[in-house]
Design a protein around this ligand. Structure first.
Ligand code: SAM
Length: 263
């Protein structure tokens, strides 16, 4: 009977995938893939003879296509193979369920139809970010949002924690048809962020390396200068805290401790 497993291949070619995920890929009847480049795609072909890239479902040259349609078509083609009683593995770069909807949609659909479906975690871009920037997000906490969602909804950043904005190159691109945004929209995001952060506050554009021989891109700029930096589909924005943690004195009182007890 058919089954569906999503695995993450990590960000860096071949080295950041778990043993279990790799063995699922090897034993699959069919593997669907979404990976960063031809190197990663070719590596998947060395593990399994039937690897099918999902990339062609994105709008091709000159085509205008809503990404919602793309995702639905990807889910449909995956579910078709599960229905044909195949052992289907979907190998997605990074963590397959982090800022990635097709895994959640397909797993839900497969389970609704009575099939076994599960997800194995992978090394996400954010996991690489903490490692490359030498930050422990647990020190003061962190918030993570998709950049456009951060603009469209009333999210309240906690300026004593790290703020991570994913898909920064698409900030304000609400039509789901473009693969980039405009300087004017980035300026709107900067203006929006200036409600909480000084325009002088240093933020980082981060791009983890896909190959071990490459270095990550870590570019620190003033928030005001975000409109001038090159943003790509793999750019993530990190905004470090702008103020120290504030103590909750009510809670200290309830716990019957004082500031000095905290060391
Ligand atoms: N599932 C992926 C993961 O676990 O990393 C994330 C997919 S999300 C649709 C795409 C966004 O992830 C990009 O716009 C960027 O914010 C981030 N991203 C992907 N690759 C990256 C890289 N090499 N370095 C930094 N961020 C990256």
């Amino acid at each position: 009977t058919g089954q569906l497993i999503f695995v993450g291949t990590g960000i860096q070619l071949a080295g950041q995938i778990g043993k279990l995920s790799e063995s699922y890929i090897q034993r699959a009847d069919v593997v669907f893939s979404l990976v960063p480049d031809g190197f990663a795609q070719r590596w998947l072909h060395t593990l399994n003879n039937d690897v099918r890239s999902l990339q062609p479902y994105y709008a091709q040259n000159g085509e205008t296509k809503n990404r919602r349609d793309t995702y639905q078509q990807m889910v449909d083609v995956i579910i078709t193979e599960v229905n044909a009683n195949k052992k289907v593995v979907c190998a997605l770069y990074g963590h397959p369920g982090v800022f990635s909807c097709i895994s959640h949609m397909a797993i839900e659909q497969a389970r609704l139809e009575g099939f076994t479906a599960k997800m194995l975690p992978g090394v996400s871009a954010e996991a690489c970010l903490w490692a490359d920037l030498g930050i422990d997000p647990g020190r003061c906490g962190h918030q993570s949002y998709e950049a456009t969602q951060f603009m469209l909804y009333l999210h309240q950043p906690d300026t004593s924690a790290h703020l991570v904005l994913w898909q920064i190159a698409l900030a304000g691109e609400y039509t789901l048809t473009q693969f980039g945004t405009t300087k004017a929209k980035i300026q709107l995001l900067v203006d929006h962020l200036s409600q909480w952060y000084s325009l002088e506050h240093k933020v980082a554009i981060y791009e983890a390396a896909n190959l071990a021989v490459h270095a990550p891109r870590i570019e620190w700029v003033k928030l005001a200068d975000l409109v001038h930096v090159a943003l790509t589909t793999i750019s993530t924005l990190l905004i470090p805290p702008s103020k120290a943690l504030s103590l909750n004195y009510d809670m200290l009182a309830k716990l019957a401790i004082t500031e000095t007890d905290l060391g």
